[in-house]
Design a protein around this ligand. Structure first.
Ligand SMILES: Cc1cc2nc3c(=O)[nH]c(=O)nc-3n(C[C@H](O)[C@H](O)[C@H](O)COP(=O)(O)OP(=O)(O)OC[C@H]3O[C@@H](n4cnc5c(N)ncnc54)[C@H](O)[C@@H]3O)c2cc1C
Length: 395
C-alpha cells in the first residue's frame, strides 16, 4: 500500500511513523524547506499520551521533557500574583503529563521514522484526483504521483482541506484571540523565569516565559483581538499589545527575532463537515483543530494519526477504515473543542475579578478538591478509543 502525506507536522510525522511500521510505502511532502524547530511549550497529556504509550514513542518524547517546578502568575509590574506547583497539575491528570517543545516532538517523530518513509521538503500538492481505486496528485514542481491514500496533515490553514472539502471561510471558526511565540536569548529573563513557567496574567492579555537552557528562553503571547485576520507585521502587533507593560516585557520584546522566525496566528478551531473522501482524509489541525485554549491539539494530532493507522490495519477496505476513523474521532474532537471554548475565560480571564479568581484557584491548587476542579477542565477520552493497551503510570 502507498500513502502520500501532506505536512510534516506532528500529525503527518506520526501517521508516517505508524504506516511505515505497518509496511506501507510512505512519502511525506512538506511545504517548508526544513523541519521546523522550536515553537512553544506543549503540555502533553490525554489521547496523544495514550497513543504514544501504545506506539512506542512515549519514552522518546519523555526524554525531551523539561522539568517544570510550577506555574507562577505575575502582575503587570512583575509582582507575584499566584503559584501552582506542577506536581498538582500532574496529579489532576493522574500523573500522565509532561511538557516539551513542539519542535522536539517533531524531532523525536522524525528520528523514529522507518527507512521506508521518504520525506520531501519544499514540496506541496496543488491538484488532487480522488478515485474509487486510488488517488492521483500533481505537485507544485509539475510532477505527478499516485497512491492508495492521501492524508492531509497540513495544519490549521490546510490547502488540501480547501481543495478537497471546504473553503477556509466555512471551516475556520475564529475564537477572538491572536497568539505568537518565539525563542530568544537573555540571561536576565532566563534567571527571572527560574524553573517555572512564568505567566503575566492581565485581563485579556497573557505572556508566558520558560527557561529552556542557559540563557535561552521560550516566550509565548496570547491576547484578545476581535480582528479575524493576521496582522501584516508580527513584531509590531506584539509591541502594540504588550509594549505598555513593565516587568521583563521590554527585554522580551527587544529579543524578538525577525517576523519570519516568530510563530504567529489567529486562535481558531476547525469545523469541517467532511474529513474524508474516497481515498483522501484529513487529520490533526487540518481536520479538527481545537486551539491552544483546549490545550490538546498536539495530543489529538498524535492520537488521531494513531487511530487512523489502527483503523487502516483493522479494515481490508480503505474507504471503510476512513469511515470508521471519522466515526470515532469526530465526537472526541468536538468534545475537546467545546471544552476549549468553555475554558477560554479561565485561560485568558477578561476582567480583573476573573484574574483574581484564577489566582485564588492557583493558590489553593494543592487541595484535592481544587485539583479535581482543574482536572475537570479537561474532558478525558474513554480508555481504548485512541489506544487499546493497558495503561500504566509514566514517571
Ligand atoms: C501557542 C500554542 C500553544 C499550544 N499548546 C499546546 C499544548 O499545550 N498541548 C497541545 O496538545 N497542543 C498545543 N497546541 C496545539 C498544537 O501545537 C497543534 O494542535 C499541533 O501542532 C497541530 O499539529 P498538526 O501536525 O496537525 O499541524 P501543524 O503543526 O500546523 O503542521 C502542519 C505542517 O504542514 C505543513 N504544511 C502546511 N501547508 C502545507 C501544504 N500545502 N503542503 C505541504 N505541507 C504543508 C506545515 O509547514 C507544517 O509543517 C498549542 C498551539 C499553540 C499555537
Amino acid at each position: 500500500m502507498k500513502a502520500i502525506i501532506a505536512g510534516a507536522g506532528i500529525a503527518g510525522l506520526t501517521a508516517a511513523y505508524e504506516l511505515g511500521r505497518m509496511g506501507w510505502d510512505v512519502t511525506v511532502l512538506e511545504r517548508a524547506k526544513e523541519l521546523r524547530s522550536g515553537g512553544y511549550m506543549i503540555d502533553f497529556f490525554g489521547p496523544g499520551y495514550d497513543a504514544a504509550e501504545e506506539n512506542g514513542l512515549l519514552d522518546g518524547l519523555a526524554c525531551r521533557a523539561h522539568a517544570i517546578d510550577g506555574v507562577e502568575l505575575v502582575n503587570g509590574d512583575g509582582s507575584h500574583q499566584a503559584y501552582m506547583s506542577y506536581a498538582a497539575l500532574r496529579a489532576s491528570l493522574g500523573g500522565r503529563l509532561f511538557s516539551l517543545m513542539r519542535g522536539d516532538i517533531e524531532q523525536v517523530l522524525f528520528e523514529a521514522l522507518p527507512g521506508s518513509v521518504a520525506l520531501r521538503f519544499g514540496s506541496e500538492v496543488i491538484a488532487v484526483e480522488d478515485r474509487d481505486t486510488g488517488v492521483a496528485v500533481v505537485l507544485d514542481d509539475g510532477t505527478g504521483a499516485e497512491a492508495d491514500l492521501l492524508i492531509g496533515a497540513d495544519g490549521l490553514h490546510s490547502g488540501l482541506r480547501r481543495q478537497m472539502f471546504c473553503g477556509e471561510a466555512e471551516a475556520l471558526k475564529f475564537l477572538g484571540y491572536h497568539t505568537a511565540a518565539y525563542i530568544f536569548r537573555s540571561q536576565a529573563v532566563a534567571e527571572a523565569a527560574k524553573g517555572n513557567f512564568t505567566m503575566l496574567s492581565l485581563p485579556g492579555r497573557q505572556a508566558g516565559i520558560f527557561r529552556m537552557q542557559g540563557d535561552q528562553v521560550a516566550v509565548y503571547f496570547l491576547w484578545r483581538d476581535a480582528r479575524p485576520e493576521r496582522a501584516a507585521d508580527t513584531r509590531q502587533a506584539i509591541a502594540e499589545q504588550f509594549g505598555d507593560l513593565g516587568w521583563l516585557i521590554p527585554e522580551i520584546l527587544a529579543g524578538a527575532p525577525e517576523n519570519a522566525d516568530i510563530y504567529y496566528d489567529v486562535v481558531a478551531q476547525i469545523e469541517a463537515e467532511h474529513w474524508h473522501g474516497k481515498r483522501t482524509v484529513l487529520i490533526g489541525d487540518a481536520a479538527y483543530a481545537v486551539s491552544l485554549l483546549a490545550g490538546q491539539g498536539a495530543s489529538l494530532a498524535i492520537g488521531g494519526a494513531h487511530l487512523l493507522a489502527r483503523m487502516l490495519a483493522e479494515h481490508d477496505d480503505i474507504g471503510a477504515a476512513l469511515v470508521a476513523f471519522e466515526r470515532v474521532m469526530r465526537p472526541e474532537a468536538e468534545k475537546k473543542q467545546a471544552a476549549g471554548r468553555r475554558t477560554a475565560e479561565w485561560i485568558v480571564p477578561s476582567s480583573r475579578f476573573r484574574v483574581w479568581l484564577r489566582a485564588i484557584v492557583f493558590n489553593f491548587s494543592s487541595l484535592p478538591i481544587v485539583s479535581r476542579l482543574i482536572g475537570g477542565l479537561v474532558p478525558p477520552s474513554p480508555k481504548g478509543i485512541f489506544a487499546g493497551a493497558t495503561k500504566g503510570q509514566h514517571t
